[in-house]
Design a protein around this ligand. Structure first.
Ligand SMILES: [Fe+2]
Length: 448
């Protein structure tokens, strides 16, 4: 057999840390954008070696093994590592056929009794065409303990026939919207060729929750929103979520019509992070579906952590708009579901969200919300000043691209809003736009 070309073109990643383990990920792709063969790979299984070490030079390798890269799963590799020490930094790499991957850094979660403070970077909405992933480069430089990606990891749109000058920064090859497994796979490959995205994955473990664009704009449950049939849409959604799994360090493989994304990750006595899927189970005015709602209610009630944190895509606090009608796609369109979440929460509730492509901070009865801006996705024409005047419970708006740095400890929960001035060229420096502390379910500025 001919020697394989360099197959680690999409980088490496880790995710879903527990106190004793983590998922390691890579995907073999010698020609990531190949038109017919996924990743340009031969149609055969490869045995990929993985190594986990205590140091970045791999002088102290503590675990190693092999994992299959199968054509049916686009030659992706998911390794469940266990038996690790809690709250410890590790380094990992893969090798196959004489090639060695870049090195990734990961970190396990703290043990159940830990009171160590946690540093989380929160991002959402990275539309490739809209600019450079400078935000992710800065996220990598933060060396957070964990990264949360709250949706719109890819966008399904095709390249428009006549892109508006200056608004289409990095062209896609595809002119068609993604609808098939092959198209979604190529879209992930296109994104993951980006060096800043690779750097952010290699810097820390990620926990991800898709929103709508991983499948289709504003889809709700089994309603595609474009007039296509439910069965055609289900097929498309399964293809989209299979590709999502193939390209991210997830614990759970899709089975049949379901890829369960809702889950929680405990971080010692400090925080319980609950990841909520606000898309897949929607039905009528029910945002979460019966099972997920029951799970979340039980999880919130059982939580004894200092901070109960719900991480999900959509704006949670109520909003009035100066001109437009209220958003029916976000939680304002699902008031009963929101009320159930609030009724189940005991003590300080913190919601982390994204989706709107601008940064916000706000209070709602019983908790606070921190909304991360987009990595690149262009914002709507929002008049932040008018919105703040009309919504006194909203305390902060920033219209630049950016991310959140959350630091959670036993006494303090603080959030810094990082921002970049531009993404139409690489190299924008990062600034801190604002800082907040949570005090009795209210926001307090830390930077004024
Ligand atoms: Fe988005």
């Amino acid at each position: 057999m001919a020697k394989l070309g360099f197959p680690f073109t999409l980088g490496v990643a880790s995710g879903e840390p527990s106190a004793d383990g983590v998922i390691l990920w890579t995907r073999l792709a010698v020609e990531p954008l190949h038109g017919s063969k996924p990743g340009g790979m031969p149609n055969q299984v490869f045995s990929v070696k993985w190594e986990l070490a205590e140091d970045a030079e791999f002088t102290r390798v503590i675990q190693s093994g092999t994992a299959p890269a199968q054509p049916d799963w686009a030659h992706s590799v998911h390794v469940r590592v266990s038996g690790l020490r809690a709250w410890t930094e590790y380094f990992y790499r893969f090798s196959v056929d004489g090639h060695t991957s870049p090195v990734g850094r990961t970190k396990t979660a703290p043990g159940p009794d830990s009171t160590e403070p946690i540093k989380v970077a929160v991002v959402s909405c990275q539309r490739y065409e809209h600019g450079f992933f400078t935000v992710l480069k800065h996220v990598a430089e933060e060396r957070p303990d964990v990264v949360f990606h709250l949706g719109d990891y890819v966008y399904e749109y095709g390249k428009p026939a006549n892109p508006q000058p200056g608004r289409y920064i990095r062209p896609l090859e595809a002119t068609e919207e993604c609808k098939t497994l092959a198209a979604y796979r190529r879209r992930y490959a296109r994104y993951q060729l980006d060096k800043d995205l690779q750097a952010a994955h290699a810097a820390a473990p990620w926990i991800t929750m898709p929103d709508d664009h991983e499948v289709r704009d504003n889809y709700a449950g089994l309603l595609p929103g474009d007039g296509s049939s439910q069965s055609a849409f289900l097929k498309r959604r399964n293809a989209a979520y299979k590709a999502y799994y193939e390209h991210l360090p997830l614990r759970v493989r899709p089975v049949g019509n379901n890829l369960q994304f809702y889950r929680w990750r405990p971080y010692g006595k400090v925080a319980d992070f609950m990841f909520v899927d606000a898309r897949q189970y929607r039905k009528g005015k029910d945002m979460l579906g019966v099972e997920q709602q029951e799970w979340l209610t039980a999880r919130l009630r059982a939580s004894t952590a200092r901070w109960k944190v719900i991480a999900q895509a959509l704006f949670f606090a109520p909003r009035k708009f100066p001109l437009e009608p209220p958003s029916t796609d976000a939680w304002d369109g699902f008031p009963d579901s929101r009320a159930k979440v609030l009724a189940a929460a005991t003590g300080d509730l913190v919601v982390l969200s994204g989706d709107v492509h601008n940064a916000w901070a706000g209070e709602f009865g019983g908790g606070v919300e921190f909304v991360t801006s987009s990595v690149t996705s262009r914002p709507p024409a929002t008049d932040g000043t008018a919105m703040l005047a009309l919504n006194p419970h909203l305390k902060f708006f920033d219209g630049r691209r950016g991310y959140l740095v959350v630091t959670a400890g036993m006494s303090d929960f603080t959030v810094d809003y990082r921002a970049v001035e531009f993404v139409d060229q690489p190299g924008a420096p990062v600034v801190t736009a604002a800082g907040f502390r949570v005090v009795d379910s209210k926001l307090q500025r830390t930077d004024l």
